[in-house]
Design a protein around this ligand. Sequence first.
Ligand SMILES: Nc1ncnc2c1ncn2[C@@H]1O[C@H](COP(=O)(O)OP(=O)(O)O)[C@@H](O)[C@H]1O
Ligand SMILES: [Mg+2]
Length: 235
Amino acid sequence: MLMNDQPLIQLRDVVKVYRMGRKEFVALKGVTLDIYAGEFVSIVGPSGSGKSTILNMITGIARPTGGRVWVGGVAIDRLSENELARWRRDNVGIVFQFFQLLPTLTALENVVLPLDLAGKIRGSKAKREWALECLARVGLESHAHHLPGELSGGEQQRVAIARALANDPPILIADEPTGNLDSETGEAVVQLLADLHHQGKTVILITHDRSLAKRAERTVSVLDGRIVGLGHEAQ
Ligand SMILES: Nc1ncnc2c1ncn2[C@@H]1O[C@H](COP(=O)(O)OP(=O)(O)O)[C@@H](O)[C@H]1O
Ligand SMILES: [Mg+2]
């Protein structure tokens, strides 16, 4: 947690141009956005508006073509690929629409994987214990030894959230996490994100669904590569 008023995440005039051969597509047309430590923010907009591209900027998955990105005071747009990979592992947990669990590993083994990569916890017993704690946080301790194929969609997404929590990152960012779930299961996943926010995580929910977006404290509306609205739900 930052103890001052500096935003945790700062995007300044971010432009992102995708190049496909000789064609160019301007996916972000000057996005300026501040997100503070401990916030629960949704980024909402129609398909193709640039939401996932904003995620790519915040996580360093892709580099801005123009503008600057700071996260936790680090200018992530200036890091090398190796520095970025290490930074991302420690600072952001990412949850995707299609879960992206490894199908041949159990729920527990999927959560242990990022622990193996980080090397902060030593010893397989300690890793498994911590992974089990992460699964307990999402209510899935009892399913630790199931393969993804033996779990429902909602359960798979919970495992993916547990995996995102494994290295205890301050930021959790979920890109259409309910897009592959029925509405009731999706609701439960968003409730879990709200719970994690109450436990101190900075949570960013990306969705095209305005009613889900309202579950966050604050909504950032994106249209055609631009931010077109910043609203607190009380307004
Ligand atoms: N790697 C890429 N190469 C070319 N165009 C891309 C790439 N990624 C996204 N785009 C385009 O940029 C626009 C915004 O994409 P995206 O950020 O994924 O939107 P959203 O997540 O809101 O649906 C879309 O028109 C998409 O086709
Ligand atoms: Mg998207």
